[in-house]
Design a protein around this ligand. Structure first.
Ligand code: DGY
Length: 324
């Protein structure tokens, strides 16, 4: 029998991470990459010492109630951990970790890509050329919205928001405003010449681009609803690289149909991989399949970070990224 801790990895992760996990643990891999069912997740908790799930695994209170449970640690592959019922995990004395820092730059890049694409009609332009509809350059063809010098409103001012602000301020000369209920460090505000607003509404009213950077939690569920969308400028764009359920999607569809806002750039959705069908045909909406952290370098770093947390835990040392 193996003396190594048994770790179940719920999805296929980069090969280098699977190799490392197999060296350190009695690792159960998911070569076919088929998501585990609820019953399989419950079974995993009965049979492994550590679980390495990811954002697509719903580790609910019901799953966590599995008895007898062998699992002591859940090392999530992802910075967001809204896939795990944290209160239930805490109540049951489980350790939960995530993978912060390593995906900050890539996710900030995706937010900027969405912003630029939706402002400059890049998706629409590409479709135009690929469908052979392009008849040639002309002064009034496919005019978009200038980005340089515009106001970027950040909802939240955490790691990823600050990385977006850096790109927007120093790369595109944008004015940065933000709202965050948790006071940031003055030096972080100064680094991007940002202006802190006391309310979310002030950000919505003033921004040309509103970019969401808050975690998914009960307080932020459908934060951007019909009323808040109506506070945005008519020519403003909404960018979401955070979590889908921060936006009330039916309200967003209505706002886009009514022209309450100019467009949206979305990397995340409430019921992934389901995207509200109305959005699929809107030219002023840029849609990505949750690409925020999707580079080889970052996905390897995320896997290694989750493995490091497991390794520390099983060595009886403090984990690096404890959530609870
Ligand atoms: C995360 O880590 O939370 C991301 O959404 C995955 O890209």
């Amino acid at each position: 029998m193996s003396a190594k801790p048994r770790v179940i990895i719920t999805r296929k992760i980069p090969a280098a991470c699977e190799t490392e996990a197999a060296l350190l643990f009695d690792a159960v891999l998911n070569k076919d990459d088929v998501p585990l069912t609820t019953d399989q997740l419950r079974d995993a908790l009965k049979t492994c010492d550590g679980l390495l799930p990811t954002v697509t695994d719903k580790i609910t209170a019901e799953v966590l109630a599995t008895e007898p449970r062998r699992t002591k640690i859940i090392a999530n592959f992802g910075v967001g951990f809204n896939n795990i019922d944290i209160q239930a995990a805490k109540a049951r004395g489980l350790t939960v970790t995530n993978t912060p820092d390593v995906l900050t730059d890539d996710t900030a890049d995706i937010a900027m890509i969405l912003l630029l694409m939706v402002a400059r009609r890049a998706g629409e332009g590409e479709r135009h050329v690929r469908s052979k509809s392009w008849t040639g350059w002309r002064p009034t063809h496919m005019l978009g919205t200038k980005v340089t010098g515009k106001t970027l409103g950040l909802v939240g001012f955490g790691r990823i928001a600050k990385a977006v602000a850096k790109r927007a301020r120093h790369g595109f000369g944008m004015r940065i405003i933000f709202h965050d209920p948790f006071p940031p460090k003055p030096e972080d505000i100064k680094a991007v010449d940002a202006e802190q607003k006391q309310t979310l509404e002030e950000v919505l009213r003033e921004a040309d681009f509103v970019s969401l950077h808050c975690p998914a939690m009960p307080e932020t569920h459908h934060l951007i609803n019909a009323q808040r969308l109506s506070q945005m400028k008519k020519n403003a764009f909404l960018i979401n690289s955070a979590r889908g359920d921060v936006i009330d999607e039916p309200a967003l569809v209505k706002a886009l149909q009514a022209g309450t806002i100019a467009g949206a750039g979305l990397d995340v959705f409430e019921k992934e991989p389901v995207v509200p069908p109305e959005l699929l045909t809107m030219e002023n909406v840029v849609i990505f399949p949750h690409l925020g952290s999707a580079t080889t370098e970052t996905r390897v770093a995320m896997g290694m970070r989750a493995i490091e947390n497991l390794k520390l835990f099983f060595a009886g040392q403090p984990v690096r990224d404890r959530v609870v």
